[in-house]
Design a protein around this ligand. Structure first.
Ligand code: ZN
Length: 251
């Protein structure tokens, strides 16, 4: 058991929440019960994840994608439904978007490198003046197929690769989710492979012309490592019960 305020203060500090210029309102988005015994973790805020958190007797739901992005003007439609479900059940909603991508210990991007047994060598993936990703380096260059096989196995998903670079893979840059904005930076910095979650038609055209090799593993799947790693920290440091709600989007 811990108090809501204690958990919020711990997370705000551990994740360095105030440092991030983010469209997401990070931190405690919706206030619920004061005492917290069980904390649920999920990638997204949907009615389904809220329901599953309530069913699992959680007092707090910690997510990567919250429900407030750059303000909330009308409490109607899905906003009303989600808010109602949260408030009626006294469920606290805590959100960590960019702070959870960028964190040096439990971040999604460090987590993606760890899946390949790589340690972060330096920052990568500059977004609004702040690097939210990392790059790592294999000791020996690897064929892209091998990297893809490991990622697919570890994330339990299918991955797509676009082998546009001319070299085998030595350096890997990771930007989870919608990380294709880092294509040009990857090329400029000589990163052999960009690992990200989403890849659009327009991104393809950029990648082929740079040229830059890319591995796409899904927005949802690339943002599970951080949520799961943060869950372990909360369990250990705050002594509360935790559980993960898996709601893959397939995207
Ligand atoms: Zn995301």
């Amino acid at each position: 058991m811990a108090s809501r305020d204690e958990i919020v203060a711990f997370l705000d500090e551990y994740l360095n929440v105030p440092a991030y210029p983010d469209k997401s309102s990070n931190g405690l988005q919706v206030e619920g019960k004061e005492e917290v015994e069980r904390v649920a973790f999920a990638v997204d805020t949907t009615l389904r994840t809220i329901e599953r958190a309530v069913k699992g007797k959680a007092d707090m739901l910690v997510v990567h994608h919250g429900m407030i992005w750059g303000g909330l003007n009308y409490i109607t439609g899905i906003h009303y439904k989600r808010l109602k479900a949260l408030i009626e059940n006294g469920l606290n909603l805590y959100v960590a978007h960019l702070p959870l991508d960028a964190h040096t210990e439990v971040g999604n991007n460090v987590g993606l490198l760890h899946l390949l047994d790589l340690e972060p060598k330096g920052p990568f993936g500059e977004y609004k003046g702040l690097s939210i990703g990392f790059y790592g380096e294999f000791e020996e260059p690897q064929p892209i197929e091998k990297v893809a096989q490991i990622m697919a196995e570890k994330l339990d998903t299918t991955v797509r690769t676009y082998e546009f670079g001319e070299r085998e893979i030595k350096t890997v840059g990771a930007v989870s989710g919608a990380g294709a904005f880092a294509l040009e930076e990857a090329y400029r910095k000589g990163i052999d492979l960009l690992i990200t979650g989403e890849f659009s038609h327009a991104d393809y055209l950029t990648a082929i012309d740079l040229p830059q090799s890319v591995l796409v593993a899904g927005h949802y799947k690339t943002e599970t490592p951080g949520v799961k790693a943060l869950m372990e920290v909360v369990k250990t440091k705050l002594g509360v019960n935790v559980f993960f709600i898996d709601e893959p989007t397939g995207l």
